[in-house]
Design a binder for this molecule. Structure first.
Ligand code: 5GP
Ligand code: MG
Ligand code: MG
Length: 181
C-alpha cells in the first residue's frame, strides 16, 4: 500500500521518496561544485514559490562561496508585447559580469524559464545556466539547453517538495503523483 495524501479534490500517491530526492540533489550539487568552484562569487537565483525547498537543500551541499537571491514570476498584461508573459520581480542584485545559476522546481514546456533567461541575459551576466529539480523532456519546447537536471519525469502532474496543487502540498517531503481514481 503506497502512502497517499488528499489535497482538495484529488488523491496523490508517493512517486519519489525523500531519500531518492536527496540523492539526486547531492549529485547535481557535486556537478555544480566541480563547475563553479573556481568562479568568482556565483549567484544562485531561486524561483519562488516552488524552488524554495530544493534551493534550501541544494545550497547546503555547495562548497564554494556564493550569493543567494530569489525572484518571482508575475504575469503582465500590456507591458510585454505578446500579452500574458511572465516578468521578473525582485532581483535587486547587480548581475553584470556575474555567473548566474537559476534554480527552478520544474521545467515543463520551458516557457517560463525561456522568458526568465532572456530577461537575465539583458543584464549582461558572465553566464546564465539553469538548475532544475525536475525536467519533463517530452513537453520541453525551447532551444535553451537545461544543463543541470536533478530528475527527469514523464508528463505526469506531481506535487510535494515545494511543488503545489492549488497552493497545497508544498510541505510534503516526498514527491507525489495524482492517482487515477
Ligand atoms: P513551463 O513554463 O515550463 O511550461 O511550466 C513551468 C511551471 O508550470 C512550473 O514552474 C510549475 O509551476 C508548473 N508545473 C509544470 N508541471 C508541473 C507539475 O507536474 N506539478 C506542479 N505542481 N507544477 C507544474
Ligand atoms: Mg517553477
Ligand atoms: Mg504551481
Amino acid at each position: 500500500m503506497k502512502k497517499t495524501v488528499t489535497l482538495n479534490d484529488k488523491t496523490f500517491e508517493v512517486m519519489i521518496p525523500a531519500h531518492e530526492i536527496d540523492r539526486a540533489v547531492a549529485a547535481v550539487a557535486e556537478r555544480l561544485n566541480a563547475d563553479y568552484g573556481d568562479k568568482e562569487r556565483p549567484i544562485f537565483v531561486g524561483v519562488l514559490n516552488g524552488a524554495f525547498m530544493f534551493l534550501s537543500d541544494l545550497i547546503k551541499k555547495i562548497d564554494f562561496t556564493c550569493e543567494i537571491s530569489f525572484v518571482k514570476l508575475a504575469s503582465y498584461e500590456g507591458t510585454c508585447s505578446t500579452g500574458n508573459v511572465e516578468c521578473l520581480l525582485g532581483l535587486n542584485n547587480d548581475i553584470a559580469g556575474r555567473h548566474v545559476i537559476i534554480v527552478e522546481d520544474i521545467v515543463d514546456t520551458g516557457r517560463s524559464i525561456a522568458h526568465m533567461y532572456a530577461d537575465l541575459m539583458r543584464r549582461n551576466p558572465a553566464s546564465v545556466e539553469v538548475c532544475t529539480l525536475f525536467f519533463k523532456p517530452n513537453s520541453y519546447r525551447e532551444p535553451l539547453p537545461i544543463r543541470y537536471r536533478a530528475l527527469e519525469i514523464g508528463n505526469e502532474f506531481i506535487v510535494g517538495y515545494g511543488l503545489d496543487y492549488d497552493q497545497l502540498g508544498r510541505n510534503l517531503k516526498d514527491i507525489y503523483v495524482v492517482t487515477n481514481d
